[in-house]
Design a protein around this ligand. Structure first.
Ligand SMILES: Cc1ncc(COP(=O)(O)O)c(C=O)c1O
Length: 363
């Protein structure tokens, strides 16, 4: 008997359409974005003459409650510019041990800033170990590098898309602020955090001096991120962007999609969170998998595989078998599988994924 699931996976294989849960970066621009891109008014943005980029930057600054914003090609570049702008060369940077900026941005702090980086343990909820953080600030002693910046991440990707509330951000920022030091927020998915909390995104951005957020993840723009802060910060960041080769010319073509991302795509993120929860609840019913569905707050979840002895087992066979069934997952080298929901993934897709994974695990 051919089940609807088998028909579906067969169809996926034939059309080449996978259910791609590797990341929310795989989203494609919506028809409204393509339309806006086609019609975008453009100019030379390095001269400040691209009206669509200027409109996006003004809109982003307003949404984030900051004086100014800068359109940058990627989140990685936005974060790197923040480090260059806030810190003197060699200033030490405090950052979560599971932060994207620490793990996955090519050691930019060391390579671009000449800065030592001090990883602070992340707690399971995505926040930082307060006691370690309190002792981490340096600079009073002539032997020490000076601490220049604290970086936070919201949502915290590698902790499972965990949400840091404004209160948590304030608590973590306080020891830095008490020393007159700035705090930068990697808010690649800050809109997910805001939607999960039912707060405007500015309520989160208000706790920090600078914030980066991505338009190209759950918000589905094809390219681009925003760096926001004070006018003086963004004036200087504009130089940093040029230094790193991020001064684009008729970038309004891209910014047009970013405007649609900010205006039409934010509230929709709640659907991704519902789908991630649906997936987590379903995976929790499969005995050979390890997952804590109650920790799933946004669109990212991690789960493990248990062997017959109940101990963590290799995730590769499951990731490989799922890929053969047209379901793409990220298999990390830390024994966890990551799944990310996003625009284009439906409740029916999640059902198909659950049926497939159950079959693979029961085979
Ligand atoms: C938390 C976080 N910060 C920053 C980035 C970097 O963004 P980009 O891929 O646009 O460089 C990512 C990318 O996935 C991310 O997850």
């Amino acid at each position: 008997m051919t089940s609807s699931y088998e028909a579906r996976v067969g169809a996926l294989a034939q059309t080449g359409r996978a259910i791609d849960l590797r990341s929310d970066t795989v989203t494609h621009p919506t028809p409204a974005m393509r339309e806006a891109m086609y019609h975008a008014e453009v100019g030379d943005d390095v001269y400040g003459e691209d009206p669509t980029v200027n409109r996006l930057e003004a809109l982003a600054a307003e949404r984030l409650g900051k004086e100014a914003a800068l359109f940058v090609p990627t989140g990685t570049m936005g974060n790197a510019i923040a480090l260059l702008t806030h810190c003197r060369r060699g200033d030490e940077i405090l950052i979560g041990a599971r932060a994207h900026m620490y793990l996955y941005e090519v050691g930019g702090a060391a390579r671009l800033n000449g800065s030592p980086v001090r990883p602070i343990p992340n707690l399971a909820d995505g926040s930082l170990d307060r006691a370690v953080l309190a002792r981490a600030f340096l600079g009073d002693d002539v032997h020490e590098a000076r601490t220049g910046l604290l970086c936070l991440e919201d949502t915290q990707n590698m902790c499972g898309g965990r949400v840091l509330s404004p209160e948590t951000l304030r608590e973590l920022a306080t020891p830095a602020h008490a020393r007159g030091l700035p705090v930068h927020l990697d808010g690649a998915r800050l809109f997910n955090a805001a939607v999960a909390l039912g707060l405007p995104v500015r309520a989160l951005a208000a706790e920090v001096e600078s914030v980066m957020c991505c338009l190209s993840k759950g918000l589905a723009a094809p390219v681009g991120s925003i760096l926001a802060g004070s006018t003086a910060f963004i004036d200087e960041a504009r130089r940093g962007r040029k230094l790193l080769g991020g001064g684009m010319r008729q970038a309004g073509i891209l910014a047009a999609a970013g405007i649609v991302a900010l205006t039409d795509m934010v509230e929709r993120l709640a659907e991704d969170h519902t789908h991630a929860k649906q997936l987590a609840d379903g995976l929790a019913e499969i005995p050979s998998l390890a997952i804590a569905p109650e920790t799933v707050e946004t669109n990212i979840l991690f789960f493990g595989v248990r062997g017959e002895d109940g101990q963590p087992a290799d995730t590769t066979p499951l990731v490989t078998a799922a890929a053969q069934a047209g379901i793409l997952l990220s298999g990390g080298d830390d024994g966890r599988i990551r799944a990310v929901t996003h625009h284009g993934i439906t409740a029916a897709d999640i059902e198909a994924v659950l049926v497939a994974i159950r079959r693979i695990q029961e085979a």
